[in-house]
Ligand binder design. Structure first.
Ligand SMILES: [Zn+2]
Length: 146
């Protein structure tokens, strides 16, 4: 049985998926109502609108976890298991509580995150391009994720 088949066998129409970016789930080819009933995108749940800049800030899972759950909750890089546990803790602590979530978004916007791993190494590490989202830092020419 493939890993994907094993994952799908654990899912069902009563499952709520928690993700930091729902688009990351697309390669799994999951069908709504068969594999899950709903999906919560924590990157959107904790987005922050700045009237001054007239835009939304989206924060990394690392910044969310270490700012809202405690410093050292996640390290860079960390395991998928640690990320999944952090996402569940964020969901359990904030989801369904709009006042607490709004306070969390304000905190995320005011606490400056440390330099990302990619930025620390100028978006190239051991010859591997680390820029998935910014064309101006990409050294490999792969399509940019939007
Ligand atoms: Zn690249």
């Amino acid at each position: 049985m493939s890993v994907l088949s094993k994952v799908k066998s654990l899912l069902g129409p009563d499952v709520v998926l928690i993700s930091h970016k729902v688009a990351d789930l697309q390669p799994l080819q999951l069908d709504k109502n068969q594999h899950f009933i709903d999906c919560v995108d924590l990157s959107q749940n904790f987005s922050y609108y700045s009237p001054y800049y007239n835009n939304y800030s989206i924060f990394s899972l690392y910044h969310q976890a270490n700012t809202l759950l405690g410093h050292g909750t996640l390290s860079i890089p960390d395991t998928s298991e640690a990320c999944a546990i952090a996402m569940m803790k964020l969901f359990n602590k904030f989801y369904g509580n709009p006042i607490l979530t709004l306070q969390a978004c304000t905190t995320l916007a005011t606490v400056r995150p440390p330099k990302s791993f990619a930025r620390k190494f100028n978006y190239t590490y051991e010859g591997v391009c680390l820029s998935s989202f910014r064309e101006d830092y990409c050294s490999c020419g792969a399509p940019i994720i939007k």
